[in-house]
Design a protein around this ligand. Structure first.
Ligand code: ADP
Ligand code: MG
Length: 237
């Protein structure tokens, strides 16, 4: 499943948050949107998700123009930093949250949740509440919850921002593993150059609502296309 963003613009009042964005995310690839705070990363991700309607342009997912479809019609999984787990629900209940009995039946839901617990290797912890988990375990559950609906596209918006460096590193490896195992097309938003370089196949550098450069970590690091990319990516180390 590929994602094509075509000429997408978005203003908030007179502020141009996205300006004529063109981007293609190939089926099966994991792309990072990298840029400083305020550069439009979340707005672009939300537009892809159907949570933000562009003023102009279109978003084609797997050949289908989804510009006017809402998030439920796009078959997308979403993990946000602030989209926390439900505190009053167990791990199992959190993962099952988006699954409808009507569609899956009770047995189907139970099996699906068990499979996802296995995928994130938290089999023994299904009856715990979020407060009884570590930060890293909680975000693994958030990943499982996003995957419960069997999305073809996974969107992550600074999902590990609040965690310490070691845990973030582990979670990046989890994202990479799940992306590969579940055969997803994924977009990962981060303002952290190292994170983008480590996790993604391709990096999209954003600045002031525009794309400055698209390339592999090596291409961007070795051949920055603009002074902005040079200074932003050059901050590593
Ligand atoms: P990033 O995720 O790269 O930090 P955002 O996409 O969240 O950037 O925001 C880009 C710019 O658009 C910011 O200046 C932000 O204040 C503004 N913005 C985002 N959402 C809204 C909104 N709903 N209303 C007004 N301004 C917004
Ligand atoms: Mg953001």
């Amino acid at each position: 499943m590929s994602i094509i963003v075509r000429q997408v613009s978005k203003k908030f009042g007179s502020f141009q948050a996205l300006e004529q964005i063109n981007l293609e995310v190939k089926k099966g690839s994991l792309v990072a949107l990298l840029g400083p705070s305020g550069s439009g990363k979340s707005t672009l991700l939300r537009a892809i998700a159907g949570l933000e309607k562009p003023d102009s342009g279109s978003i084609i997912i797997n050949g289908r123009d989804t510009t006017n479809l809402d998030i439920r019609q796009r078959n997308i999984g979403f993990v946000f930093q602030h989209y926390a787990l439900f505190k009053h629900l167990t791990v199992r209940q959190n993962i099952a949250f988006g699954l409808e009995i009507r569609k899956h039946g009770r047995k189907g839901i139970k099996d699906k949740v068990e499979e996802l617990l296995g995928l994130i290797q938290l089999q023994g912890l299904g009856e715990r509440y979020p407060a009884q988990l570590s930060g890293g375990q909680r975000q693994r559950v958030a990943l499982a919850r996003a995957l419960a609906v069997q999305p073809e596209v996974l969107l992550l918006d600074e999902p590990f921002g609040a965690l310490d460096a070691k845990v973030r590193k582990e979670l990046r490896a989890w994202v990479r593993r799940l992306h590969d195992e579940v055969h997803l097309t994924s977009v990962f938003v981060t303002h952290d150059q190292e994170e983008a370089m480590e996790v993604a196949d391709e990096i999209v550098v954003m600045n002031q609502g525009r794309i400055e450069q698209v390339g592999t970590a090596d291409e961007i690091y070795d051949h920055p296309a603009t002074p902005f990319v040079m200074s932003f990516v050059g901050d590593v180390n």
